[in-house]
Design a protein around this ligand. Structure first.
Ligand SMILES: C[S@@+](CC[C@H](N)C(=O)[O-])C[C@H]1O[C@@H](n2cnc3c(N)ncnc32)[C@H](O)[C@@H]1O
Length: 458
């Protein structure tokens, strides 16, 4: 039976066309070797420089529309095929999402609302379906022969998305519809509370990875044992109960002060993504998340020994993911962008560096002190004097050998706790090789999710 064409969804201007691949031109904007210096460490840090070029980069973040990246992954030859895709795209909620944070110390606190992403569709459902349909088709092409995809949505679009997936992957390749149930939040007088999402799992072909997952037995089962109900032939598994397709044991991140909570609206818990990745991939597999948000998938991949590709159009998503990856000491990764998506420089922002000071030197190495003298972002409407300028900075990075092409991030100064409130170190002392001239660069990521680079040659 040919399932593929038996039932499918039609909408105005549905197109089978995909743009030609030549249209996208991707370039590297940053290489990151995580070497975080936390605010609770000494302001003066003695560390050995590690250059990104010393590493083979297995992990990549694409800043821009995933369509362009997908074209490259799907259509270009000699590109590594993906073993597992997890996506959590916009759900067609007709909302714009913001991240509200409080910044500054207790005597000087202010609140800002940063735009995270938009889930409003001027062209209505047609434009939503156009967006997803083209990308799902490219995702299928980018998958390995035995690869699989998890598509996470909710009631707003799930009924359409399942039909699209049947068309793109073939109804015969449907594996599971996982119901993720959670609690908390609002209530309604007009209907039952909507407290579950749906995660559709499809394979590209008939072979795929499935690692059985378990959950702890309930207290009742533990007390009476299975034997009481089912007879002596049944024993409890050491691993726990075999997991089914409804998951009620992982909640949303509800606490505003949880370490995991990165203040990115729609952020998913690591435990949920971890379960998916463990189920459908193995150590060393390549996992992709084309709607990355706060970068949950990348952090979980690092913990589980998987390589990753992430992408997102939102600069807040990029910055949140970067912070998450630095804080968790990620393996090295590159940040790439389409030519048209390169983060614009902000000429109204002020970034002044301290004059570098050589503190000590021997035959081939010296200690160099570098730091930030002053920073003020254009968005901050408070008077620029009388305020702690460092509270405008979320974190900053140092490139000790700036090549003028991309930023080689080899040290990062971040706040580990109280991400927008604790004092932030503004000086670093680092080891550098003895040379006749140096070109260093500092990149500031501010609390408004803007980046500014300042280069100094001496
Ligand atoms: C629901 S959020 C993902 C949340 C994520 N799973 C997490 O745990 O934080 C959807 C994300 O998709 C991104 N996005 C929407 N359209 C996109 C596109 N065409 N290309 C890349 N990213 C896109 C948005 O910027 C947003 O960050």
């Amino acid at each position: 039976m040919n399932y593929k064409r038996s039932v499918h969804l039609l909408w105005n201007n549905k197109s089978e066309e995909l743009k030609a691949e030549e249209t996208c031109n991707i370039r590297e904007i940053e290489k990151v070797v995580a070497n975080p210096v936390f605010n609770n460490e000494s302001i003066f840090e003695h560390r050995k420089a590690t250059l990104a070029s010393d590493y083979e980069m297995k992990n990549h973040y694409y800043y821009g529309d995933n369509y362009d990246l997908l074209q490259v992954l799907a259509q270009r030859e000699n590109v590594r095929k993906i073993d597992l895709i997890y996506i959590d795209p916009p759900y067609m909620t007709e909302l714009d999402y913001y991240s509200r944070i409080s910044v500054g110390n207790f005597s000087d606190t202010w609140h800002i609302n940063r735009k995270a992403f938009q889930d409003t569709w001027a062209g209505g459902i047609d434009s939503y379906l156009d967006m997803l349909y083209t990308r799902l088709r490219l995702m299928r092409q980018a998958l390995a022969e035995n690869g699989t995809i998890f598509v996470h949505v909710d009631w707003h679009s799930s009924h359409y998305v399942k039909v699209l997936l049947d068309e793109v992957f073939g109804a015969e390749n449907f594996i599971n519809e996982i119901v993720w149930c959670f609690g908390g939040g609002s209530s309604s007088r007009k209907h039952f509370q909507r407290k579950h999402d749906l995660i559709f799992w499809y394979s590209r072909g008939s072979e795929y990875v499935f690692n059985q997952q378990y959950r702890p037995y309930s207290q009742g089962t533990m007390q009476r044992g299975l034997t009481a109900v089912k007879g002596d032939r049944y024993k409890l598994n050491d691993e726990g109960a075999v997991l089914q397709d409804w998951w009620v044991d992982i909640n949303k991140i509800l606490s505003p002060t949880a370490r995991e909570n990165l203040k990115f609206p729609t952020q998913k818990p690591k435990e949920l993504i971890s379960r998916i990745i463990k189920t459908a991939s193995n150590p060393g597999s390549l996992v992709a998340d084309f709607f990355a948000g706060s970068g949950t998938t990348a952090e979980v991949c690092n913990q589980l020994g998987r390589d990753w590709i992430l992408s997102d159009t939102s600069k807040l998503a990029l910055q949140t993911s970067l912070y998450r990856l630095l804080r968790s000491d990620s393996p090295p990764f590159t940040i790439v962008a389409g030519e048209e998506n390169c983060l614009e420089e902000n000429d109204q922002t002020i970034l002044e560096l301290k004059k570098p000071v050589f503190l000590q030197s021997d035959k081939d190495e010296c200690l160099l002190e570098v730091g930030i003298e002053y920073y003020w972002p254009k968005q901050d409407e408070r008077p620029s004097s009388g305020h702690d300028f460092a509270s405008n900075i979320e974190f900053w990075e140092l490139d000790l050998n700036y090549n003028g092409k991309f930023f080689n991030s080899c040290y990062q100064v971040i706040r580990e706790k109280q991400r927008f409130k604790a004092p932030l170190a503004l000086n670093l002392i680092v080891h550098v090789p003895l040379k006749t001239s140096y070109c260093i660069a500092v990149k500031v990521y501010d609390v408004y999710a803007n980046q500014t680079v300042e280069v100094m040659t001496f």
